[in-house]
Design a protein around this ligand. Sequence first.
Ligand code: ATP
Ligand code: MG
Length: 563
Amino acid sequence: MPESDTTPTLDFIREIVADDLKAGKHAVVVTRFPPEPNGYLHIGHAKSICLNFGIAAQFGGRCHLRYDDTNPTKEEMEYIESIERDVRWLGFDWGAHLYFASDYFEQMYAWAELLVTKGKAYVCDCTPDEVRARRGTLTEAGRPGAHRDRPAAESLDLFRRMRAGEFPDGSRVVRARIDMASGNVNMRDPVIYRILHAAHPHVGDAWCVYPMYDYAHPLEDAIERITHSICTLEFEDHRPFYDWVIDECEIAEPHPRQIEFARLNLTNTVMSKRKLLQLVQERLVRGWDDPRMPTISGLRRRGVPPAAIRDFADRIGVAKRDSTVDVQLLEHCVREELNARAPRRMAVLRPVRLVIDNYPEGEHEKFEVVNNPEDPAAGTRQVEFGQTLWIEQDDVRETPPPKYWRLFPGNEVRLRSAYLVRCTGVVKDASGAIVEVHATYDPASSGGNAPDGRKVKSTIHWVAADHAVEAEVRLYDHLFPAADPGAVPEGTDWKTGINPASEEVLSGCRLEAALAGVGVGERCQFERVGYFVVDPDSTAGRPVFNRIVTLKDTWARIEKKQG
Ligand code: ATP
Ligand code: MG
């Protein structure tokens, strides 16, 4: 990034917050992250989490974690638990400020009674279809229904009987009385309460009337004395109603201020909760935490460090116009973080045996190998060496293609940190595949240094056969190869865009002994191969690794092209 882009300027939301503080509007900044527990959090939510918790931290305020649990039919305990785990893992702390919108139902109900009493709301007996039919369109005003002029006392009585459970689902609603001819459809007497005889995951059977999101949300913010209520752009047209609710419910100043920003869209990624749920339910992935999922639990299992997600959120910033971010920027942030911190290890994913014929059989020695050239504090480790090694099939050819400088008969390469070896021949099976490679080593090249300074064009990695750890390695790629997986022709199922090769499972991989006791979640770089993390599927003595990202960073090139 050019120098000027990294100088800390305030984005438009932080500018508002800073101005409000300066003007003395609030003593403390209070933001909130308000997920509905109807699915797992994804990278889009991470943007909102980083923004809300980030602003609170920057301005010495606080950020609440609040479950926006007003729709009991889609919400579950499993989601509630996953959300807390995910926010904490991202590195944020809500302290004592964990709230449930459902804990405010009594207060919200009381305010709705106030609205009814004031003539600002009424009970409407229309069915949902009738309400919709009378709402009008963008160009056509809505038409008031017969119940709009119902006396307040009658509405109040009906509302209380709705609460008491006298009426079936869908038979009545409470609507705000605003303006059926408003240019803003959201102001045409929106529904604020509906009847729903459904148990709630947090408050159980306490209620059979539930507040609608647009009515509940401003009140949740008001109850918690939120100062800046940050939400995504699609709520811009809802803001007049947000303010209406707070004014008409006679909430004390200062009122929370709704500010909209552009949601995150990512290339090669589906982000809709509904679609993610489909992927899980139809078993097209391993679950919510499949390493190819854009969920936070998926990113965690994939091995993405939380610091990389926070860095990504910083770099994309916030804007007022929707756009799509290249997923390669996220991958770039992951590489930057891992390059600085991940220890280097040697691992052979598609092994073939290399026998060094002039190395004494049964003898072993150890070489000292640097753990991370980017981090001197990471130190060194001892790596076992012996006569028989595993090397990558791809690092040997019988007949080399042009510009191939790795092993082929007659050619000399460096075994990373060990010796120079010259290939003397290959052994093939009946199908012509190479099953064993033979070589001789130069005993004077210990540590991999040419004694006479002679040029060796390639350095390859290796694992001593007698000390190798066997592992399964899962190579991941984008679940959707298309930049815009949503853009499918009419009548085509978006799921046909899934790349079946986005997960490739390799067994019989050979790792250096230092990887024997690795714990789930540990990350490292397999030299020359990529960054990897230990998967929870690992068993004692047989680790499973997921590829986080390859080593090749295409972002810098893209950025340059974009100028
Ligand atoms: P739903 O349709 O279920 O409401 P949602 O994605 O809005 O889906 P919420 O649980 O309501 O899910 O979202 C919690 C918070 O995260 C909201 O404040 C929302 O604005 C924000 N958020 C959701 N998706 C994104 C996204 N792609 N980019 C940025 N913020 C997002
Ligand atoms: Mg939402």
